[in-house]
Design a binder for this molecule. Structure first.
Ligand SMILES: *Cc1c(COP(=O)(O)O)cnc(C)c1O
Length: 387
């Protein structure tokens, strides 16, 4: 059997049409978009065409799109840039306990500078309660940042309800939509967000490029200082080929999101049901229904996720433990802990995230090969024998 890639929340393969859109700018179209001669003008044209595509995909205006080096930078810019622009106005930020590290670390950084941050809890399914947000807003709140869907457990947050609360309080709302673009309908006006993050490599585009959507009149100060590109919000010579590829990837995501989610949802359900029924002492992490159509996150008690992943790799399956972001440290995932899952149970987590290239045969292969792996690892586990 060929390799089976089931880690699409970590990154995705480049779509052939995206690669085609990029190649001209890696070859002859090398001009610096700030140059006034022809090569520069052509590069500038490519960037503006991509900006138009991204804006259209999000239901935004092209003047509201700022290209960045990816999701991390866009999240940093949203949090730090809002804090810098509103420093005289207030010093309170509200976010959730399950945000991506790009948001959480930005908040921790601001706390060291004297800002106050409220980390909203989530329920056992990974969902924020809008009522908690309502209670947390004060006169000095300058930003609310709640992700559209979580990258580890796939929980889809009630952003539309959250945005109504923010609107009423006059507080800007940022949402990290890195995991929802291409899977759900991501329209900035329907969601009611003022700032929104997207990333190329999670949607069959290239790595190292993404954007921050900034609603007109939202106060934001650039973080990267230099030549003043992107209307002084993001200095640095533009990643022209990356931006061209990102534009194409966003266009495809907007055109295909429904089809893509209809493709992966039944595969997800078959995996969840097959694993829960086929393997004892197994539980699903995250809400069963308010869940990204491609996300499976299960925990097998008594064993280690790392060991499961290594065995799966050997069998030709690429999967992740709780989160790719934490694969370099053995700390328990902050997301799983926030869901109230006991530390010892978090360690046995396995995340399978599906994509447009996965098939029912691949799901069957996983369902056939995973149970013996779990059984064999448990046979070696003193914890299992003690149960
Ligand atoms: C991957 C990811 C990011 C980071 O995006 P990069 O482009 O890899 O920097 C941010 N937020 C979420 C939810 C993600 O899944």
């Amino acid at each position: 059997m060929h390799r089976i890639y089931m880690d699409n929340a970590a990154t995705t393969p480049i779509h052939p049409e995206v690669l085609e859109a990029m190649l001209p700018y890696l070859r002859e179209g090398f001009g610096n978009p700030s140059s006034i001669y022809e090569e520069g003008r052509e590069a500038k044209k490519a960037i503006e065409a991509a900006r138009e595509k991204v804006a259209q995909a999000l239901g935004a205006e092209s003047t509201e799109i700022f290209f960045t080096s990816g999701g991390t930078e866009a999240d940093n810019l949203a949090v730090l840039g809002t804090a810098r622009a509103n420093a005289g106005k207030g010093d309170h930020i509200i976010t959730s306990a399950i945000e991506h590290h790009a948001v959480l670390e930005s908040c921790h950084y601001l706390e060291k500078e004297g800002f106050k941050v409220t980390y909203l809890p989530v329920d056992s399914g990974g969902l924020v309660d809008p009522g908690d947000l309502h209670k947390a807003i004060t006169g000095s709140t300058i930003l609310v940042s709640i992700m559209h869907a979580n990258n580890e457990v796939g929980s889809i947050e009630p952003i539309e309800e959250i945005s109504l609360i923010c609107r009423e309080a006059g507080v800007p709302l940022h949402s990290d939509a890195v995991q929802t673009v291409g899977q759900l309908d991501v329209d900035v006006n329907q969601l009611g967000v003022d700032l929104l993050t997207a990333s190329g490599h999670k949607i069959y585009g290239p790595k190292g490029v993404g954007c921050l959507y900034v609603r007109k009149k939202t106060r934001l100060k650039g973080v990267m200082l230099g030549g003043g590109q992107e209307k002084r919000i993001r200095s640095g010579t533009e990643n022209v080929a990356g931006i061209a590829g990102f534009g194409k990837a966003m266009e495809l995501a907007a055109a295909e999101w429904r089809e893509r989610s209809e493709h992966v949802r039944p595969l997800r359900d078959r995996l969840i049901e097959g694993l829960l029924e086929g393997i004892s002492y197994t539980e699903l992490s995250g809400d069963r229904y308010r869940r990204l159509p491609n996300n499976v996150n299960v925990r097998f008690n008594f064993i280690e996720g790392e060991a499961i992943c290594l065995r799966l790799d050997f069998l030709g399956i690429a999967a992740s433990t709780g989160s790719a972001c934490s694969s370099e440290s053995l700390e328990a995932s902050h997301v799983l802990l926030a869901l109230g899952i006991p530390v010892e149970e978090t360690h046995g987590s396995l995340r399978l995230t599906l994509g447009r290239e996965n098939t029912a045969e691949e799901v069957d292969y996983v369902l056939e090969n995973l149970p013996p792996v779990i059984e064999s690892l448990r046979a070696m586990s003193p914890l299992y024998h003690g149960s």
